[in-house]
Write a protein that binds this ligand. Structure first.
Ligand code: CTP
Length: 723
């Protein structure tokens, strides 16, 4: 991030801080830059051209109409020559002109002609700085990609202590270096997003930065070597990409260069966690770069602890893990980025950490890399993504690491929106599901049917209102934070066939058949996502009992079962569009199972291992190696069935791959209920797809299918027999 050999045009406008600009020119020259100075007429009231000419070694340009052998188009010449324009001090007047394209002097004209990076260092009276007009002008410039430094706090020319001072020349030089490095990183070939458009415009992003201090007594504490630099660079990079930054930082001597919209300075991990709890629900993303102490002292002494001469012991208790909290509580639209500093088995450890903490992106750095980690201005990182891919980088400045990370975050968040919308659009477009366009509509479009043909007519009455109540419940409940329109809901059905009813106790036994579907791209049919019959279903219900459900307090087996399948359906649906995208919902289904362990009704307990057991279904999605099942779902749908319309051979290859992955899982995990989890929903579709395949593909498919689902050998035989 060097300014060596760069051409810098320094624009000086008429503020008292102009007297500091010779020092700034000197610093820039010392950093290896060539500097040309452009002044407004008012600037020359505060600093003489002779001084600026002496330090820069070149004439000062201020009068557009000066003849004397000079070019009258010098503004154009400088605009071509310069790599970077710094306007310092930038008065309210020049900022207003820049924001609105007024070109009536040398500097404002130069700005309009300048088509490369621009940095401004505002300096003015506190009230002028705070005036909505100035704030709006700064916002316009920032949105246009101008790097706007925050004015400093201190003694102002008017005599008061307030915000409005020009940042010190040294700070401006540093900012120029980092801005330059970012601008360079932005031009790297693989950057995402389109051109100059801010990638994270309007997104709220939380950043944790720095170390924490865990007190032992009033004078001692436990901390670590983190400087906070990486986090502050990230906050800056986010700001430049248009994000509203929510920064929470531990004690640090450094600070971000860009203005921070919301900044809480804390000391301990617990304080940082409390800030997170307050902010997280509103965030679009979180970048967790703080080196949070894993432990704190159990009993902090109120008085300074005395030396005893003997051994001393501190009892430590674990601190909350902020990243893990955010990962566990994120919605499908929220994105989480974590950092992993590893000393050994770096990749494996970081990937394990990414999964454990449910991060979308993990940034790995190792202490083995020279120049990486704590107390350095450089870093060498590898990005690990949720879809299993990774990207290793070289040793770079923390500024460019931050710029890259923020770009990848932008791309990832763009991707999230794309797949959520894609799923939604396909559903809406192809299926035309649901009527009305109520914005209240929730995720499921479920037809809940209560069938009472098996019970005495006298016992039926209680169910007359139940069907309506359950329909309203399952379709009206807000299962996730997804905002979906009526045409985008997931098509599914739940059919409850009442087997027995005891009217005196209200006990009901039923079979619940749950089916969910998903549209296939570019085709007019839907594929089955789930097809299960829950035979262990008993519940107590009396007419007009409320149908209520809360994730934390489950009181009825009826709503618990319905909630469980609702979460399962949404989780599988999301997984079918992007690998692991359904994890949050599947975890919620798992949570229902955990909450129901004390219920007397069957179907929930780990001990009741049978094919219909809800515990077992979710266990197999979520336990241990479960990433693999998510992957199979994704592979089957996006790489397989969705491709069938465009290229049947590619589609079949994708499906075979999914089946091969499933078989590998089945072979290594004894007892994986493949039939229940997968084949029950897919077998008919697979028969129909592979019946049209070339002979060798048919054979391969039948082999795998027979081994995955031996009870349906006859069915799969149809594939070979088809003409
Ligand atoms: N992190 C956090 N809160 C904690 C501890 C860690 O938010 N109490 C975050 C860090 O900001 C970082 C990530 O978790 O993004 C990984 O931190 P690290 O210390 O490497 O992970 P640990 O879970 O503490 O694992 P280890 O056993 O390697 O220390």
């Amino acid at each position: 991030m060097s300014l060596q050999g760069r051409h810098i045009v320094l624009g000086v406008s008429g503020g008292i801080a102009a007297y500091k600009t010779p020092a700034l020119v000197r610093l820039l020259v010392q950093a290896g830059a060539e500097v040309r100075v452009v002044c407004t007429a008012h600037a020359l009231e505060f600093v003489t051209p002779l001084t600026l000419e002496t330090v820069s070694g070149h004439g000062v340009y201020s009068d557009m109409f000066h003849r004397g052998g000079e070019r009258t188009t010098r503004h154009i010449h400088y605009a071509d020559w310069g790599d970077l324009l710094i306007v310092a001090p930038a008065t309210a007047n020049i900022l207003a002109k820049m924001a609105h394209g007024i070109a009536d002097d040398a500097l404002s004209t130069l700005y309009l002609a300048f088509h490369k990076p621009v940095l401004v260092a505002p300096a003015m009276n506190v009230h002028m700085y705070g005036h909505p007009a100035t704030a709006e002008n700064l916002r316009i410039l920032a949105q246009r990609g101008v790097c706007v430094l925050d004015a400093a706090y201190g003694q102002l020319a008017c005599g008061c202590e307030a915000k409005g001072r020009m940042p010190e020349p040294e700070e401006i030089r540093r900012a120029a270096e980092t801005f330059w490095a970012e601008a360079e990183a932005a031009t790297e070939a693989d950057v995402c997003g389109g051109g100059d458009e801010a990638l994270l415009k309007g997104k709220k992003v939380l950043v944790t930065a720095g170390p924490t201090q865990e007190p032992i007594d009033p004078v001692r504490y436990i901390t670590n070597r983190s400087s906070g630099r990486m986090g502050f660079c990230i906050a800056d990079a986010l700001h430049r990409q248009g994000a509203e930054v929510f920064l929470v930082s531990g004690p640090s001597a450094l600070k971000p260069e860009m203005p921070v919209a919301h900044w809480e300075k804390v000391r301990t991990a617990q304080e940082m966690y409390e800030t997170l709890l307050r902010w997280w629900p509103d965030m679009d993303a979180g970048v967790f770069s703080a080196a949070v102490a894993d432990y704190r002292v159990r009993a902090v002494s109120d008085v300074k602890m005395k030396k005893t001469g003997g051994e001393a012991r501190l009892e430590l208790v674990p601190n909350p893990d902020l990243l893990a909290y955010a990962g566990a509580h994120k919605t499908e639209r929220q994105c989480v980025v974590g950092f992993a500093l590893e000393t050994d088995h770096a990749l494996a450890n970081a990937e394990e950490k990414r999964r454990r903490k449910n991060a979308d992106i993990m940034v790995l750095n190792t202490l083995e890399d020279k120049g990486a980690g704590f107390e350095t201005t450089t870093n060498k990182v590898t990005f690990l993504y949720k879809d299993g891919t990774s990207e290793a980088g070289d040793l770079e400045s923390k500024v460019s690491v931050a710029a890259k990370l923020v770009r990848r975050l932008g791309r990832y968040m763009g991707g999230l929106t794309v797949w959520l919308l894609l799923g939604a659009t396909v559903l809406g477009g192809l299926c035309g599901w649901g009527g009305g366009a109520s914005l209240q509509a929730q995720e499921l479009n479920c037809t809940f049917q209560v069938v009472t043909s098996k019970i005495q007519s006298g016992d039926k009455k209680v169910f007359e209102t139940l069907q309506d109540a359950l329909n309203a419940f399952v379709n009206g409940q807000k299962w996730t934070n997804l905002q979906v329109g009526a045409g985008e809901k997931i098509p599914c059905s739940m059919t409850m066939e009442v087997q027995e009813r005891d009217n005196t106790t209200g006990t009901t036994k039923a079979y619940l058949t749950v089916q969910a579907r998903r549209p296939v791209y570019n085709a007019s049919y839907q594929t089955n996502l789930l097809n299960v019959v829950d035979r262990d279903f008993t519940f107590t219900y009396s007419e007009f009992d409320p149908i209520e459900f809360s994730d934390n307090n489950i009181s009825s087996n009826l709503t618990a079962v319905v909630a469980y399948y609702s979460y399962l359906i949404i989780g599988l649906y999301l997984d079918s569009f992007a690998p692991n995208a359904g994890e949050v919902c599947l975890n919620k289904a798992d949570n229902v199972v955990s909450m129901c362990q004390s219920m007397s009704e069957a179907g929930w307990k780990a001990s009741e291992r049978n094919n219909r057991n809800r515990y077992w279904i979710i266990e197999n999605y979520l336990n241990g190696n479960y990433g693999a099942i998510h992957q199979v779902l994704y592979q089957y749908h996006r790489k397989g069935i969705d491709q069938m319309y465009g290229s049947p051979s590619e589609g079949r290859a994708g499906l075979l791959q999914a089946l091969t992955e499933l078989k590998a899982l089945n072979d290594t995990r004894s007892g994986l209920p493949c039939k229940l989890l997968f084949m029950e929903a897919k077998s008919d579709e697979l028969v129909s797809v592979f019946s049209g395949a070339p002979q060798d593909e048919r054979q391969r498919a039948v082999e795998i299918l027979n081994s995955l689902d031996p009870s349906n050998v006859q069915k799969y035989q149809k594939i070979m027999q088809a003409r």
